[in-house]
Design a protein around this ligand. Sequence first.
Ligand SMILES: [Zn+2]
Length: 373
Amino acid sequence: MFSFDLQATDGTARTGVIRTPRGEIRTPAFMPVGTAATVKAMMPESVRATGADILLGNTYHLMLRPGAERIHRLGGLHRFMNWDRPILTDSGGFQVMSLAELRKLTEKGVTFRSHIDGSKHELTPERSMEIQKLLGSDIVMCFDECPALPADDARVAESMRLSMRWAQRSRDAFGDRPGHALFGIQQGGVTRDLREESAEALTRIGFDGYAIGGLAVGEGQEAMFGVLDYAPGMLPEDRPRYLMGVGKPDDIVGAVKRGVDMMDCVLPSRSGRTGQAFTRRGVVNIKNARHQDDPRPLDEQCTCPACSNYSRAYLHHVFRSQEIISSMLLTWHNLHYFQELMDGMRGAIAEARFDAWEETFHAERAKGDIEPI
Ligand SMILES: [Zn+2]
């Protein structure tokens, strides 16, 4: 069965456990992104070793290649990608809007052409539910629409109301699937009244969890935190709250402080491939020449393989030489850092010392990277 057990709060920050038939998810949780049935440059057992309890898969990418029906025939997404723990899939709505070509939006859904081969497809709430079921997703997201910000209030309101009608259709199409969860998605941009209207509509329908959508789409951290000051409190207290597509370490800390339980972002894995490492002292650009003679690890307190066994000089060399191990090591380090961040916050909330933890987090980052050799 699917359940959420809220174990402790500290201010508006929360910690708890989501229980699913495929295992427990400790919250606040960070979900690495496995877009094409892989977290790029990582073996699934390595992803697990960083401390991840759950992965995110992308409906849009998987429906186009290799196809949801094919994955279903091959035993479902968990078996296909060799990850037996929980998987959350997005609905495809956001990525259709950001990646697909020749999109046409109607009340029924969206028709579009694939960005891979130009083939024509349709996504509707019903088809999105079907695809996520074929994949075998543990946490299914409602099909929604999200305008890019800035957008005027009328456009945001119209889009939000369409998403609420689609939320009802998603709920109806999802049906009753014990052990699987369906999350609704709050929309409404940065407008409080619209966020309230959206939360009321979703709560009336009733979901296993609630996402805060339509943020981290270019509005900036201040505006995002402005919405997070009130939006989580509009959603049912006894259900997980998921902030989609966030974010940088300081975004994550600010979101958890404001009552968010789950997050996902490509940042740690994507940055790992572009030579950027997240450390407690901020971002390190490993391609910088200052590292070429540096025998010290990226972060001497980090216990990941990149920091335990390799120098900055080596990481610099393999990045500059475009060796595959560069992406492997930096992605592992970054995912490890993000999971350690979550673990630190879970412990701090459980012991009611989140404010002190947050102060140390910001003070360490403010120091900047260690002095060059
Ligand atoms: Zn490390």
